[in-house]
Structures are given as structure tokens and as C-alpha cells.
Design a protein around this ligand. Structure first.
Ligand code: 13P
Length: 251
């Protein structure tokens, strides 16, 4: 089954509003009409509105980096899905390793967020990935399997099929150390197998799995050539229009 590649830029806590607008304008000129891959940009909350304006009428889609799972309420400092949706957000990253590490996000919380994202009519980008000591201890398969099972537990199959999972080995994030194409393919195939076991082969064949961790224009092509790699979630190299455009046009 042909899955359309999806390449997303996670801008993390970089770019003020004016810087974000500049980057989005640069991307709109560089890749705004490119349609061989789905392109998503995920700025900080404070820049969503200006980026939405800058990418209006282009093929670039808007994503957020987090959300709360409740519809509304007394949750100081949090942002609801309705707030994101009104601005034009279509994708929401959940369970990024930085949120797991620094903000205590658990698989159970990610699972709740994914369910809320579906309910709001948006698409989650659900992140999983092992830490260095887990890989070195031979625990990669166990860790990733457990994360996928915990994050996707009891979610509706048709929604999971339309979702995005990002495999981001923690040791590859921001380190310049990319997983080899074989390492990426091995874990992507495992994730697809777990999804098949949890739901069905049809769901597993449809879900798109991104690789994330030191992706740049120079390594995007060989990673994307792997049969189970359907895209990339890009941090550092997504912060400049030319380098992100180079990844998007990896072919
Ligand atoms: P880098 O591309 O900077 O390694 O970051 C990857 C990442 O965490 C994307 O979510």
C-alpha cells in the first residue's frame, strides 16, 4: 500500500513570533506548492497564529507540539484542542521524549491525549523511542513495544490508521548521531508489527511512521528509502527554510 510521506518540523522552544513568521514565509516560498510529501510545521503556541497566516493557501499544514486532553477547565498554563483547532492546527505532537523526560509525560497520558485529539477531529503524531542505555542494554524492542501498546491502547482502529507515529531514538535527538538506515527500518518494522497485532494488518499498512533524530538533507534520502520509513520528524534542521526544504525535496 502506498503511504504518502509526511515530513514535519518540530520547532521546539525556538523562534519568537517574528522569527517564526520569517521562517514560515521562507518555507511558503520554498515548498508551498510542493505536493510529493505532506509537509507540517509545528511552532510554539505563541507563533501558531502568525504561521497559520503565512502558510495560508499553501500545501503546508500546521501542527502543535502538545495539548491538554480535557476540553476546558481550570488547568493553568494549558491549551485545549478547541483553541488549537480554531487557529487551523491539524496535527498535534504527543509524547515527545523531551516531554516524557522533563515534564513526566507517561504512555497513559499520551493515550488520553490521542483520544482527545481524535475527538477534536485532529491527527496525533505519537512519539516513541528508546534511551541510549536501553539500546545498549538490548531493550529497544521491549521499550518501543511497550510504548506503542500503552500509547495506542483502546483507540479506535480507523483513527489509528490515519495517525502518525514517530520513532525517535532519544540518543539520536539533537546529537548529530542519526540511527543507521538499518536501525531505523528494524524498529519501524517492529512498530508496524505491534500495530498489526493490536488492530489489524490493514491498520498497520495505513499508519505512517516517521523517523526522527538528527535528520538532515544529507541523510533524508537513505532513511526515506526504507520500506517502513514514511517520513521524518525534524528538529534542528527544520529551523532554517533552506535546510528543511532540502529534506522535504529529498528525492
Ligand atoms: P533533531 O532533528 O534536532 O535531532 O530533533 C529531532 C526531534 O526531536 C524532532 O522532534
Amino acid at each position: 500500500m502506498a503511504r504518502k510521506p509526511i515530513i514535519a518540523g518540530n520547532w521546539k522552544m525556538y523562534k519568537t513570533q517574528s522569527e517564526a513568521a520569517d521562517l514560515a514565509n521562507g518555507l511558503a516560498s520554498a515548498v508551498g506548492t510542493y505536493d510529493k510529501v505532506d509537509v507540517v510545521v509545528c511552532p510554539t503556541y505563541t507563533s501558531l497564529e502568525v504561521v497559520a497566516q503565512a502558510i495560508k493557501g499553501t500545501n503546508i499544514k500546521l501542527g502543535a507540539q502538545n495539548c491538554h486532553f480535557e476540553a476546558e477547565g481550570a488547568f493553568t498554563g494549558e491549551i485545549s484542542l478547541a483553541m488549537l483547532k480554531e487557529i487551523g492546527v491539524e496535527f498535534v505532537i504527543v509524547g515527545h521524549s523531551e516531554r516524557r523526560q522533563y515534564f513526566g509525560e507517561t504512555d497513559a497520558a499520551i493515550n488520553k491525549k490521542a483520544a482527545a485529539i481524535y475527538k477534536a477531529g485532529l491527527t496525533p503524531i505519537i512519539c516513541v523511542g528508546e534511551r541510549l542505555e536501553e539500546r545498549e542494554g538490548g531493550k529497544t524492542s521491549d521499550v518501543v513495544t511497550q510504548q506503542v501498546k500503552g500509547c495506542l491502547a483502546d483507540l479506535p482502529a480507523d483513527k489509528v490508521a490515519a495517525s502518525v507515529i514517530a520513532y525517535e531514538p532519544v540518543w539520536a535527538i539533537g546529537t548529530g548521531k542519526t540511527a543507521s538506515k538499518e536501525q531505523a527500518q528494524e524498529v519501524h518494522a517492529l512498530i508496524r508489527k505491534v500495530v498489526a497485532e493490536m488492530f489489524s494488518q490493514q491498520v498497520a499498512d495505513a499508519v505512517r511512521i516517521q523517523y526522527g533524530g538528527s535528520v538532515k538533507a544529507e541523510n533524508a534520502r537513505e532513511l526515506m528509502a526504507q520500506s517502513d520509513v514514511d517520513g521524518a520528524l525534524v528538529g534542528g534542521a527544520a529551523l532554517k527554510a533552506d535546510s528543511f526544504a532540502g529534506i522535504i525535496k529529498y528525492e
